[in-house]
Ligand binder design. Structure first.
Ligand code: PLP
Length: 457
């Protein structure tokens, strides 16, 4: 008898992806300025550690909240300990929808009755798959896409992902022919298409979607009578123009959809989380927003598998309810991210490495290292990735783990470390690129320049 079920062992989880393998290698030998200065620097983790001090000083100014006390100093510990309504705390839902609107420049508003709380975007995306598609039905996703989607969308639901192939020729924007091709491809595979899922801003591209792309998507789902899921987890993590435009804004603008209750509104669903914009992935706070009552009802039932704890809701309802704080946080956080992104891009330039020019959002850049490949193949991309992981000791995510159609692209994160660590990472990369470019991939030469012994896998 097998110990584990076929569901638990089926490889649609994607655990063998270089995205997860890189993390495992990092865990074995993590960089530390004092304890392990020659270790691997983690550049494969989209975390924002640049604005913790802002959150911490808010907590210092509001000790009652962290001590589970109400404004008048009375303990609400027992109340929070017993709370288990899967609809969530009304005060938190209100604060969250207001925060989502603020990030969108208050051009759109969100009704707290249409929000479903989830323990992060991960369960939000899975819940939508569970509610909207049968096993063996498909969602179309533009490539490159966040590697976690294989696990989140497919693994437990049996839903299939069909790629919408985007290319560097137009900075990986979605086109009408690419959408149609993906739809035909699904049909060829006998898969019924239930919708399109996009991340806006994109992980891993670090770009916001244009109005024309969003309109194209609306036209497409209208025509095919399918759903659109917009994962807007990075909506507040946009630091340069053009700014972020939510699909909700486009829906509101379009004359052909003026009636909020037209079926298209019912088929567009937004996913959000505080993991990136507030830098709180450990708190596990996410949401589904949908105008569709039936979807909201089904997703609310599902949410009992991944609720947000009541003390977290209590704390964040006070923090996000402090409008003066959220306003200054959003703007200061964006300034810091912009500065950090510039520092990173200039470090790449010094190493002779370019990245997607349209990068204006996210906690990473989509970096082009195709000139360092020995051949224009995914085998060569893996070879280069291993060298960067084991010799240069940087964990970055290869494009192939994001299902990119072209070899040589890598996602590199820049906001999960100190400036000094980023400078060191850039120094290592520059030495490596110079050595490679001079035609020598010899580890000895790299060893000399990096100042530590290389391990070649
Ligand atoms: C596009 C996207 N969606 C979802 C997630 C998962 O986020 P959470 O921590 O909220 O589950 C991530 C995390 O990196 C992401 O980049």
């Amino acid at each position: 008898m097998k110990l584990l079920s076929t569901k638990a062992t089926c490889n649609s989880h994607g655990q063998d992806s270089s995205y997860f393998l890189g993390w495992q290698e990092y865990e074995k030998n993590p960089y530390d300025e004092v304890l392990n200065p020659e270790g691997i620097i983690q550049m494969g983790l989209a975390e924002n550690q640049l604005s913790f001090d802002l959150l911490e000083s808010w907590l210092d100014r509001n000790p009652n909240v962290a001590g589970f006390k109400s404004n008048d100093g009375k303990s609400i510990f027992r109340e929070l300990a017993l709370f288990q309504d899967y609809h969530g705390l009304p005060s938190f839902k209100k604060a969250l929808v207001d925060f989502m609107a603020e990030i969108r420049g208050n051009k759109v508003t969100f009704d707290p009755n249409h929000i479903v709380l989830t323990a992060g975007s991960t369960p939000a995306n899975e819940t939508l798959m569970f509610c909207l598609a049968e096993k063996g039905e498909a969602f179309l996703l533009p490539t490159p896409y966040y590697p976690g989607f294989d696990r989140d969308l497919k693994w437990r639901t049996g839903v299939e992902i069909v790629p919408i192939q985007c290319t560097s020729s137009n900075n990986f924007q979605i086109t009408e022919p690419a959408l149609q091709l993906a739809y035909q491809e699904a049909k060829k595979r006998n898969l019924r298409v239930k919708g399109v899922l996009v991340t806006n801003p994109s992980n891993p591209l670090g770009t916001t979607m244009s109005r024309s792309e969003l309109n194209l998507l609306i036209d497409f789902i209208k025509d095919k009578n399918i759903h659109l899921i917009s994962d807007e987890i990075y909506s507040g993590t946009v630091y340069s123009s053009p700014g972020f435009v939510s699909v909700m804004e486009i829906l509101k603008e379009r004359n052909d959809l003026e009636d909020c209750h037209a079926p298209v509104w019912d088929r567009v669903h937004v996913v959000y989380s505080l993991s990136k914009d507030l830098g709180l992935p450990g708190f596990r706070v996410g949401a589904i927003y949908s105008q569709n009552d039936v979807v909201v009802e089904a997703a609310t039932k599902m949410s009992s598998f991944g609720l947000v704890s009541s003390q977290t809701q209590y704390l964040l309802s006070a923090m996000l309810g402090d409008k003066k704080f959220t306003k200054s946080y959003i703007s200061e956080n964006q300034k810091r991210l912009k500065r950090r992104q510039r520092m990173f891009v200039s470090g790449l330039q010094k190493a002779g490495i370019g990245c997607l020019k349209t990068n204006n959002a996210g906690l990473f850049c989509w970096v082009d290292m195709s000139h360092l490949l020995h051949s224009n193949t995914f085998e060569a991309e893996m070879e280069l990735w291993k060298k960067i992981l084991y010799e240069v000791r940087l964990n970055i995510s290869p494009g192939s783990s994001c299902h990119c159609a072209e070899p040589g692209w890598f996602r590199m994160c820049f906001a999960n470390m100190s400036e000094d660590t980023l400078n060191l990472a850039m120094k290592r990369l520059k030495a490596f690129a110079a050595a490679e470019f001079n035609g020598s991939s010899c580890s000895k030469k790299v060893t000399l320049q990096l100042g530590f012994p290389a391990i070649v896998s």
